[in-house]
Ligand binder design. Structure first.
Ligand code: NDP
Ligand code: HSE
Length: 440
């Protein structure tokens, strides 16, 4: 009988079913590269009786992931069920049972990664996670292996496909937020809880993972300033276009002195910038190295095929390690545990850059003067400013409300927020103001 490597698949939704397709369609190439076949022996799902793709072997289904963990013929557990608590229990039990783990679960790694990696190190097993960041783009391997000798200075990118898809559809097709989100869900891009996508939490988990790999620092995801695209209004997309910008969901990790500038937020990007051309569910990750200079990787950031390709690549790596008895050759986080430091995160108030501001005010004398004075008092200088009534007002309704849109020169975020707070005390302000950072 041909020796094979036994896989236990925990979760068989978008990514799990995609993995079965990759393993089936590319079986010859995989065996040729590996020397032995990979065999999925059991599959755990929530509801084994549910109707599934013909790719899913019904006789291998169970509702209990621990059956896979206990199975002596399974050497690698692939966790693609999502969520944190139950996924942690399964991965924890798998490592204790001496099984290697491949996961696509960025929430799990950002929240419980330290425990998982320490346990894996103690038990001499591999935990691979290429699919957890940027879907089909092999950014984990690049940071962990190709750039192992380099000092990474900055990472900037679009790492949430759902958010980029929604903003792209809203901007190119004038589609509503809700319709664009429904399309992203139907295409299999969104998380089971899509507020993780549109609220920025998913990108926050991903940038925390990348920052640890890049800078060798433990990064508490819950301390990263995070804003989602759910705060971007259709009107902001239109004003940004008028000013020569595109709004993109950005994640940034940068070394600034002895601290890290980590943030996740929508940003105005100049229309001619490379990131502005990354549309739909595509992701892009730009890495700047001290001696390397800048590199850019882009590709599909979500969806069955790209994500499953990354999971399958990890499986091959783990299987090669099994064949060569070379586990943990490359540390999971790129750095040995002893070399990791605790990150000092920069306060977002220290952020310095240009800002897009939109104020909704009654159109009456003195209002613009009050706005410009408040900005001036806080050392914020105006680069452009216009007033727009949206063409909606009748002659009888001449006092408002209107949008006042401003681009500032470079300023400190603390000062811009102080100016906004002062402006909002004015009785002409009729709705909360909008602030979106401009990323050059
Ligand atoms: P799905 O919701 O499509 O699939 C989840 C699967 O897990 C389902 O088969 C479900 O069973 C099973 N499952 C859920 N809870 C349990 C449980 N308690 N016990 C057993 N099985 C369970 O998710 P995705 O495939 O989209 O995502 C899976 C993981 O991959 C997530 O961590 C996600 O963040 C990550 N990921 C997803 C990407 C994507 O593009 N979709 C891209 C990159 C990463 P049942 O089928 O019966 O409901
Ligand atoms: N929901 C995630 C996204 C999946 O849209 O980017 C890929 O991690």
């Amino acid at each position: 009988m041909t020796k094979s490597i036994g896989i236990g698949l925990v979760g068989c939704g978008v990514v799990g079913t995609g993995l079965l397709q990759v393993l089936q369609e590319n079986a010859t190439a995989i065996e040729g590269r590996l020397g032995v076949p990979l065999e999925v022996r059991r599959i755990a799902v929530r509801d084994p009786a549910a109707v599934r793709s013909p790719l899913v072997p019904q006789d291998k289904l169970t509702a209990d992931p621990m059956e896979l963990v206990r199975d002596p013929d399974i050497q690698v557990i692939v966790e693609v069920m999502g969520g944190v608590e139950r996924a942690y229990e399964v991965v924890h039990a798998a490592i204790l049972a001496g099984k290697h783990v491949v996961t696509a679960n960025k929430a799990l790694l950002a929240e419980r990664g330290a425990e998982i990696w320490n346990l894996a190190e103690q038990h001499g097993v591999d935990v691979y996670y290429e699919a957890a960041v940027a879907g089909g783009i092999p950014v984990i391997r690049v940071l962990r292996e190709a750039l192992a000798s380099e000092r990474v200075l900055a990472i900037r990118g679009i790492v949430n496909g759902t958010s980029n898809y929604i903003l792209s559809r809203m901007s190119a097709e004038s589609m509503s937020f809700a319709d664009a989100l429904a399309e992203a869900q139907a295409a299999g891009y969104a998380e089971a809880d899509p507020t993780l996508d549109v609220g920025g939490g998913d990108a926050c988990h991903k940038i925390a993972i990348l920052a640890t790999l890049a800078f060798g620092q433990r990064v508490p995801a819950d301390q990263i300033p995070t804003e989602g695209i759910d705060r971007v209004a259709t009107i902001d997309i239109a004003f940004a276009q008028r000013l020569g910008f595109v709004i993109k969901p950005l994640a940034v990790a940068r070394v600034v002195g002895d601290s890290l500038d980590l943030r996740v937020h929508p940003a105005l990007v100049p229309v001619e910038a490379t990131l502005a051309t990354v549309h739909g569910a595509l992701n892009a990750v730009a890495i700047e190295g001290a001696l390397l200079g800048p590199i850019l990787m882009s590709g599909p950031g979500a969806g069955a095929g790209p994500t499953a390709t990354s999971v399958a690549g990890d499986l091959l790596d783990v299987a090669r390690n099994i064949e060569c008895c070379a586990h943990a050759r490359v540390p999971s986080r790129g750095f040995r545990q002893v070399a990791l430091r605790d990150a000092k995160l920069r306060d977002i108030g220290e952020h310095r850059g240009r800002f897009y501001l939109r104020l909704t005010v009654a159109d009456r004398p003195g209002v613009l003067g009050a706005i410009t004075s408040a900005l001036g008092d806080n050392d914020v200088s105006i680069e452009q400013m216009f007033q727009d009534g949206g063409g909606q007002r009748s002659k009888r309704d001449e006092t408002g409300p209107v949008s006042v849109v401003l681009l500032t020169h470079r300023a400190t975020e603390r000062n811009v927020r102080a100016a906004l707070a002062s402006i909002e005390t004015h009785d002409a302000v009729v709705a909360p103001s909008q602030l979106i950072r401009i990323e050059e």
